[in-house]
Design a protein around this ligand. Structure first.
Ligand SMILES: [Zn+2]
Length: 285
């Protein structure tokens, strides 16, 4: 379901999409890097079409996985509709990565030497609508107790190979992350690590702090290596895994989910890892 507000190609505020807004789950899903859309008013930021469809502009596969998990859990999902290169909704205004001039090894010409007015326009039309919508979804629900943000990351970063498959990230409240790490082996033999490949020191926990900690929601940020999400079938395998795993972790922290997620209503698992064959791509978070 698309919420009201301007479409990405139009001027004015661009609200995030709220998918399955009436979901009954106590879990809220968030995907800040769901979209690679550059609204027309920003041109192409000086990037090639290849760059604009690559990891530079978004988290490949994250949106599909987040939607599938939301469906499995009957959870609402708040997903950005604008590329993080225009404004990274997981960064507060003033952060160097909010409107990055460089992303990993990629220069972003259209973000060089932005005026204060240009920065303010992006903050007001992209960041604040995202922040306000997410806040209103949380404040407008008495059932929500958990927030899970879904991301993907590159297998190769600054030329180095990353071995881990899934990162479980947290800020000062580690309860849900602890539960996920403690139950990981029950669901997968993938390489799962705490606060890798990023952590709070990298500034990636803004949404967790702003919307999880400040609203007293249990919270965790999940990072999946994006070569595990290259194929549609792999995305579904990972989504099934995450749905069951999140349900088990929620149960462990005292938030039981309804339904029969652990009893076999979801098929498969990702014990050996999805067989993604996509090219090595990158997400700075
Ligand atoms: Zn991300």
């Amino acid at each position: 379901m698309l919420e009201d507000g301007a479409k990405p190609g139009e001027a004015g505020p661009i609200a995030p999409e709220v998918f399955n807004a009436g979901g009954a789950s106590p879990v809220l899903l968030v995907c800040e890097h769901a979209s690679n859309v550059i609204p027309e008013r920003y041109g192409d930021l000086g990037l090639s079409s290849d760059e604009l469809t690559s990891h530079v502009a978004w988290d490949p596969g994250a949106d599909v996985v987040a939607r599938s998990v939301a469906t499995h859990l009957d959870a609402a999902l708040v997903a950005a509709r604008v590329s993080r290169l225009v404004y990274d909704c997981n960064r507060p205004p003033g952060a160097s990565g909010a409107m990055p001039e460089k992303s990993e090894v990629f220069e972003i010409p259209g973000n060089k030497n932005l005026t204060e007015a240009q920065k303010s326009e992006r903050i007001e039309n992209i960041y604040l609508p995202f922040k306000d919508k997410l806040s209103s979804v949380i404040s407008g629900s008495e059932q929500l107790k958990v927030m899970v943000t879904v991301h993907s990351f590159t297998p190769v970063y600054f030329g180095g190979q990353r071995d881990l498959h899934i990162g479980i990230l947290h800020d000062s409240d580690s309860r849900l992350a602890d539960a996920m790490l403690q139950t990981a082996a029950d669901f997968t033999s993938l390489d799962v690590r705490r606060n890798e490949p990023y952590g709070p020191q990298d500034g990636v926990t803004h949404t967790l702090i702003e919307h999880g900690l400040h609203h007293d929601l249990l919270n965790v940020m999940i990072e999946v290596r994006n070569d595990l999400l290259a194929l549609e079938q792999d995305q579904q395998i990972i989504a099934d895994l995450l749905a069951k795993w999140i349900a088990a972790a929620c149960e462990k922290v005292g938030v039981p989910l309804s339904g029969d997620l652990l009893g076999g209503s979801l098929s498969g698992g990702a014990s050996g890892g999805a067989s993604g064959t996509g090219k090595a791509t990158s997400c700075p978070q």
